[in-house]
Write a protein that binds this ligand. Structure first.
Ligand code: ADP
Length: 480
């Protein structure tokens, strides 16, 4: 409409120009009637054009009115040769009116331009917001699916596409049942859509069969009906992977139950021997002494277990601060050997210290590394039958960038199926339980100290009946 109106105005303006040209011609030629008639014809043609083109726009109508007046004057002038001034009066009015129209038109045009600018700014802002939101949605680690009231997929982020292994582009607008093979989730979305906006946000959990382990997902569904009357609704489904949380809580439960079981064993033993002593079952001094020694031994075991548990959980919680110093590991290993020699001697086991040709400096927490070496030698002695041999060998490795300490024994060895679990908390090789008492925490503490604190590595090679080689490597410089 506005465009038609503007065209009309344009044509009207052309007509006016023609009118004014004619008037100028009149003025220039004087009252010559032939010229006036010629001008009249020109104006008439222009007005007709304006009216025809603009389809009756008011400007044309106005011009035509002025023309009628002009023709009357001209016909009078024709007869009486009226002065030019009489012709100018209606043309002045016409020009004024036209100027007003042009000003109105300019104001309208300014207004329209500013509105267009505002719309463009709003459009730009809306586009930026959409891009921003889509960026946020795609950067989310949670999978997001949006389906309409017909259960067709209208939006899915990259996390959703990779979780359910579909191609985002081709999945859009397809029924969700075709996109997701997981019937449980499709059913949940269908239920939420049917419930319309009467349903509030719903949370549930589901398990996705995946390799190597199934995924635990927390599913939240929100229905968004267009209006209250709508029966079905669009559904926003957010799937949060809680596999790790579930694993951690499972491990915690396992730890608590294993720890309480392991703590109860020495405690029950202590309790039993105290009861026997109280009941007078140890009649001789020798028996009593034996009972006291068992109690002392079990109490020490209990203390070691509690210390190990505390140290492991402190390292796991990042609560242990290492006291870093660059020291030679060779004398530390030798100190540990000396410490365990009496224990080895009791079983007639010889401990050999293989001194390297050079010093083995590394940035370590001295006490923690000494504990690691002590634990490994103590195990070697524990699980090696009488008359066996243990060798402790520190050395430089990895082009002198790391220090390796290995502890070899000629002991029982470890069955291959036990090797992957050997460094887990409370793990003990079944057959070894009769050979020596233990906590099942020593090797886990070794692993925590070497790997979590010193950024190194632990390992074992073993053959049943022949012996084992436990080793650990720590970098000479932390953070290098
Ligand atoms: P424990 O207190 O039972 O010794 P560890 O965590 O130190 O606990 O060791 C876990 C298990 O690993 C032991 O119970 C034992 O079965 C096995 N093990 C550790 N060291 C050796 C070794 N040198 N030879 C054979 N088995 C070993």
């Amino acid at each position: 409409m506005r465009l038609a109106w503007m065209i009309s105005l344009g044509v009207g303006a052309t007509a006016l120009l023609a009118t004014m040209l004619s008037v100028l011609a009149v003025t220039a030629l004087g009252p010559g009637l032939a010229s006036l008639h010629l001008s009249t014809v020109l104006i008439e043609a222009a007005v007709a054009g304006a009216l025809g083109a603009a389809g009756g726009w008011a400007g044309g109508w106005l011009l035509n009115g002025q023309l009628v007046r002009l023709r009357t004057i001209l016909s009078t002038a024709d007869a009486a040769e009226a002065p030019t001034a009489r012709l100018m009066a209606p043309l002045d009015g016409l020009a004024r009116r036209h100027l007003e129209v042009i000003e109105e038109l300019a104001a309208e045009s300014r207004n329209a331009r500013s509105q267009v600018r505002q719309i463009e700014i709003r459009k730009h802002l809306a586009q930026t917001e959409v891009e921003h939101l889509s960026g946020v949605l795609h950067s989310l680690r949670d999978a997001v699916l949006v389906t309409n009231e017909f259960n067709e997929l209208v939006m899915a982020n990259e996390a959703a596409a990779s979780l359910f292994r579909f191609d985002r582009e081709s999945a859009i607008n397809k029924p969700i049942a075709q996109v997701l093979p997981e019937k449980d989730i499709v059913a949940l979305i269908g239920e939420a859509a049917e419930a319309g906006n009467t349903s509030s946000r719903k949370h549930t959990e589901c398990v996705l069969p995946r390799d190597p382990e199934p995924l635990n997902l927390e599913v939240s569904l929100s229905s968004l009906a267009a209006d209250a009357a709508h029966e079905a609704a669009s559904v926003v489904t957010i799937l949060h992977d809680i596999t790790q949380e579930r694993q951690v809580s499972r491990m915690k439960n396992e730890f608590v139950s294993k720890a309480s079981h392991e703590l109860r064993t020495p405690l029950s033993s202590i309790k039993a021997y105290i009861e026997m002593l109280l009941d007078g079952e140890a009649q001789s001094e020798k028996d009593r002494r034996e009972f006291y020694e068992i109690i002392q031994h079990e109490a020490e075991r209990l203390g070691r277990m509690i210390d190990n548990m505390l140290n492991i959980s402190r390292i796991e919680a990042g609560m242990i601060t290492a006291t870093w110093e660059t020291v030679d590991i060779v004398p530390i290993a030798q100190e540990a050997v000396e410490l365990l020699k009496p224990q080895a001697a009791e079983k007639d086991i010889s401990i050999h210290f293989q001194r390297p040709h050079q010093a083995c400096h590394a940035e370590i927490d001295r006490d923690m590394i000494k504990q690691v070496i002590t634990n490994l030698i103590s195990n070697a002695v524990k699980y090696t039958p009488e008359g066996g041999r243990v060798t402790v060998a520190p050395d430089l490795t990895d082009c002198d960038r790391s220090v390796i300490v290995s502890v070899n024994d000629t002991g029982l060895g470890i069955p291959p199926e036990s090797l992957p679990k050997l460094f887990s908390k409370f793990y003990r090789v079944n057959k070894h339980e009769r050979v020596a008492k233990g906590t099942g925490l020593g090797l886990n503490l070794v692993k925590q100290i070497v790997e979590a604190v010193h950024h190194g590595e632990v390992g074992v090679e073993s053959e049943v009946g022949k012996g084992s080689r436990f080793w650990f490597i720590v970098p000479c410089k932390q953070g290098a």
